[in-house]
Design a protein around this ligand. Structure first.
Ligand SMILES: Nc1ncnc2c1ncn2[C@@H]1O[C@H](COP(=O)(O)OP(=O)(O)OP(=O)(O)O)[C@@H](O)[C@H]1O
Ligand SMILES: O=P(O)(O)OC[C@H]1O[C@H](OP(=O)(O)OP(=O)(O)O)[C@H](O)[C@@H]1O
Length: 209
């Protein structure tokens, strides 16, 4: 048998939706897959190996070729700009990237501070807007920054809007709609195109159906 196809899966909120999608496409993923603390899960019946990574790291595993395929949020792809191909919009984990801040804040700073987990996305967004800002990188709970006075604005993910609302913030600018994507290492795609195309066809038929 050929070597297993390695797929980098994001732990966290995308995982469950991605696993549901793979099962709907006919892949026999064992229950162990969802509950285990193991970071590598071999699914011999499908000749697949899953590596469970932090969502922000999926594109890195795929770029370096230790995973052939991966499932990554478009936000991560925009931030990381890794050398990977996007094969399919999986239409899961829908949200958008936005600029937010306190309502009625006076916006007359020369270089307002912007807190974000997405420094590259935020820098290029404000550059395109012709606005000079100071980026402050944080790792989470971004909505805290304007409330405690660390930053004037934030660039972050908005889904239901509940986190903004509960923290007294408002969305100021919509940057980009986000969903999760199936990505591939370019060399893997050349060497394993038949197997990969088969997976894409199965997933696409679920998404279209
Ligand atoms: N509130 C949300 N609703 C829907 N999708 C979201 C939401 N927040 C993030 N996402 C999407 O899900 C992906 C993973 O988010 P998740 O919160 O699981 O990861 P993370 O915050 O990077 O990880 P961690 O919390 O472990 O640091 C994001 O890259 C984005 O594409
Ligand atoms: O619009 P909502 O539905 O409220 O979702 C948006 C929130 O979800 C994400 O945070 P996450 O839960 O990943 O926590 P984090 O702050 O640790 O990143 C994001 O960073 C927002 O804070």
């Amino acid at each position: 048998m050929s070597s297993p196809l390695t797929i980098a899966m994001p732990k966290g909120r995308i995982f469950e939706e991605a696993a549901d999608l793979l099962r709907a496409a006919g892949f026999a993923l064992p229950a162990e897959f969802d509950d285990s603390r193991k970071l590598i899960v071999d699914v011999e019946a499908e000749n697949m190996r899953f590596i469970l990574a932090k969502p922000m790291d999926v594109t890195t595993y795929v770029e370096y070729g230790v995973a052939d395929l991966g499932i990554a949020g478009k936000d991560v792809m925009l931030e990381e700009e890794r050398d990977v191909y996007e094969l399919l919009d999986l239409k899961i984990s829908k949200c958008h990237l936005a600029v937010a801040g306190l309502p009625n804040a006076i916006r007359d700073e020369v270089a307002p501070k912007v807190a974000t987990k997405y420094p590259n996305v935020a820098s290029s967004y404000f550059r395109e807007q012709g606005e000079q800002v100071e980026i402050i990188r944080l790792n989470g709970s971004i909505e805290l920054a304007p409330i405690v006075g660390l930053a004037d604005r934030i660039v972050d993910i908005v889904s239901t809007g509940q986190t903004l609302k509960e923290n007294g913030l408002v969305e100021l600018e919509h940057i980009e709609d986000i969903t999760s994507r199936l990505i591939v290492n370019p060399v893997s795609y050349r060497l394993k195109d038949e197997r990969i195309d088969e997976i894409v066809t199965k997933l696409a038929s679920v998404l279209e159906g």
